[in-house]
Design a protein around this ligand. Structure first.
Ligand code: NDP
Ligand code: GDR
Length: 335
């Protein structure tokens, strides 16, 4: 039975990836942070009591800021595959906590790579790094490919560039099977509620149910290549099944503005977005990434991967899920 370790298992992608690996017969280990309130909501449905027999999902306390624990964990587990998804993943927040973001997203990756070396796993373990389209930043080429130069526009983007090159460097220096997935924005009903897509679908459905009236947003002109998280995690796994490690863009090759996301969402609910969306400059960033659109042709040609969920399908999936949540909230309120 193959053993995988996921950092960031409690996040959006970690939860989908854990599901996928369990269906493929893996023993799945996840690193979770100690928190004063429960932070395992996204994986509760797959979590099993460790007292039961044949449990294939196991959680370990740890933190990407803690190198010693990482070495201990790798030494103990000897995983076949490591998926490094843990991160302070909010771009705007990275301007507020740049040092922390650099520590966790940048140095945190280095800590895992060194832990692999330190625990003698360079020949055994395969490594996936959650790289990001944010690394492209300032528009230099459209669409963006694996060859497009990086020009990050946030502390988050800078930290991810550092982690990207470290991953390449450990591949070239030590022969580690290490790959970068350069993933463009991907969303789902499990998306954190402060990212713009989920913020919009949550607010619009609550407005539909009479639970709120306004939605405060920043820059509506930014364009993103939005895909569905559930199918992007398949690419993470596929990359580690190849004989040769490599870096791949994962995207839909379709781009839409935040404004269009609003129009589509409110439209599905029979609402006029312009009556509810209010500009608030606090949600703008000191430097913005204006246009992202990725060309996933390498992923299609070499790994046979192609996204099926398009922009409108994605909005519908998210609206349907959040409408159920809002209906439930409205019901509770009326009791
Ligand atoms: P989320 O923010 O949903 O999840 C982040 C995960 O990282 C959570 O499990 C979080 O734990 C964990 N984490 C945060 N800080 C630490 C730390 N110091 N030590 C250990 N774990 C930590 O992100 P996504 O699932 O959306 O993204 C997964 C990865 O992919 C991230 O690295 C992100 O930067 C990257 N990425 C995401 C894209 C997207 O569009 N979603 C696109 C490209 C890259 P907790 O639950 O306790 O907060
Ligand atoms: P992004 O996602 O920064 O692309 O990073 P986010 O959803 O936060 O922003 C997308 C765009 O929407 C604009 N925007 C707002 N954003 C937020 N969060 N809140 C608002 O109120 C708002 N109003 C307008 C932003 O300015 C931006 O242009 C995501 C994260 O998942 C990263 O971890 C990942 O690496 C990249 O996607 C690819």
């Amino acid at each position: 039975m193959k053993k995988a370790l996921i950092t960031g298992i409690t996040g959006q992608d970690g939860s989908y990836l854990a599901e996928l690996l369990l269906t493929k017969g893996y023993e799945v280990h996840g690193v979770i942070r100690r928190s004063s309130s429960f932070n395992t909501g996204r994986i509760d449905h797959i979590y099993a009591d460790p007292h039961l027999e044949d449990v294939r999902i196991k959680l370990h306390y740890g933190d990407l800021a803690d190198a010693v624990q990482m070495v201990k964990l790798l030494y103990e587990l000897q995983p076949d595959e490591i998926y490094n998804l843990g991160a302070q993943s909010h771009v705007k927040v990275s301007f507020d906590v740049p040092e922390y973001t650099g520590d966790v997203d940048g140095l945190g990756t280095l800590r895992i790579l060194e832990a692999i070396r330190e625990s003698g796993l360079l020949r055994k373990t395969r490594f996936y790094q959650a790289s990001s389209s944010e690394m492209f930043g300032k528009v230099q080429e459209v669409p963006q490919t694996e060859k497009t130069p990086f020009w990050p526009r946030s502390p988050y983007g800078c930290a991810k560039v550092f982690a990207f090159w470290l991953t390449v460097n450990y591949r070239e220096s030590y022969g580690l099977h290490a790959s970068n997935g350069i993933l463009f924005n991907h969303e789902s009903p499990r998306r954190g509620e402060t990212f713009v897509t989920r913020k919009i679908t949550r607010a619009a459905t609550r407005i539909r149910m009479g639970l709120q009236d306004k939605l405060y947003l920043g820059n509506l002109d930014a364009k993103r290549d939005w895909g569905f998280a559930g199918e992007y995690v398949e690419m993470m796994w596929l990359m580690l099944q190849q004989d040769v490690p490599d870096d791949y863009v994962v995207a839909t090759n379709e781009t839409h503005s935040v404004r269009e996301f609003c129009q589509e969402t409110f439209g599905l609910l029979g609402l006029d977005w312009e009556k509810h969306v209010v500009h608030d400059s606090r949600y703008e960033r000191p430097a913005e990434v204006d246009l992202l659109i990725g060309d996933p042709i390498k992923a299609r040609r070499q790994l046979g991967w192609e996204p099926k969920v398009r922009f409108k399908d994605l909005v519908k999936i998210m609206v349907d899920a959040d409408l159920k949540l809002a209906e439930h909230e409205a019901k509770l309120k009326s009791l």
